[in-house]
Design a binder for this molecule. Structure first.
Ligand code: DHK
Length: 142
C-alpha cells in the first residue's frame, strides 16, 4: 500500500506560521512523523507540497499514474476556494482523506466551506499534526 500526503499553500512554513494555531513543529518534522507512522503500519508513504493550485491538481493526477492507493490531503486555503481540487480527486477515484491541523469550522466564516470534502472518504480536523497519522491509519483500515 502506498499513501501520498499532499499539502497546500503555507504548509511549508509550519513551525513559523501562526504557531499558536499550527504549533511549533516544522514541515520536515511532519514528514518524519509520518515516515515513522508508515513504517509502523507497514506501508509506503510519499510527500508533495506546493503553494500553487495547478501544481496540486497535477500532484493528484500523478498519484493515479504512480498507482497510489490512498491520499491524505490538506489543501490549506484552497480547501475553501478550489473546485479544481475537488474535480481532480473525483477524477482519479483514489480514496482521499481531508486533514486540517486546526478546526476551520470554528474560525472565520469563510473557512466553513470545503469544496474537496464532497470527494473525500473522511475529514479529520482540529487534531494538530497527529490528524495526519489518524488519516493514514484510516486509509489502512486501522
Ligand atoms: C490550513 C490553512 O492554511 C488554512 O487556510 C485552512 C488549514 C486551515 C489547517 O488547519 O490545516 O483554513
Amino acid at each position: 500500500m502506498h499513501i501520498r500526503v499532499i499539502n497546500g499553500p503555507n504548509m511549508d512554513l509550519l513551525g513559523l506560521r501562526q504557531p499558536e494555531l499550527y504549533g511549533r513543529e516544522t514541515y520536515e518534522d511532519l514528514c518524519a512523523m509520518l515516515r515513522a507512522e508508515a513504517a509502523a503500519l507497514g506501508v509506503q508513504v510519499s510527500f508533495f507540497q506546493s503553494n500553487h493550485e495547478g501544481a496540486l491538481v497535477d500532484a493528484i493526477h500523478q498519484a493515479y499514474f504512480d498507482h497510489v492507493d490512498g491520499i491524505v490531503i490538506n489543501p490549506a486555503a484552497y480547501t475553501h476556494t478550489s473546485v479544481a481540487l475537488l474535480d481532480a480527486v473525483k477524477a482519479v477515484g483514489i480514496p482521499t482523506v481531508e486533514v486540517h491541523v486546526t478546526d476551520p469550522d470554528s474560525r472565520e466564516p469563510f473557512r466553513r466551506v470545503s469544496y474537496i470534502r464532497a470527494a473525500c472518504v473522511a475529514t479529520i480536523k482540529g487534531r494538530g499534526l497527529p490528524g495526519y497519522q489518524e488519516a493514514m491509519r484510516l486509509l489502512c483500515g486501522k
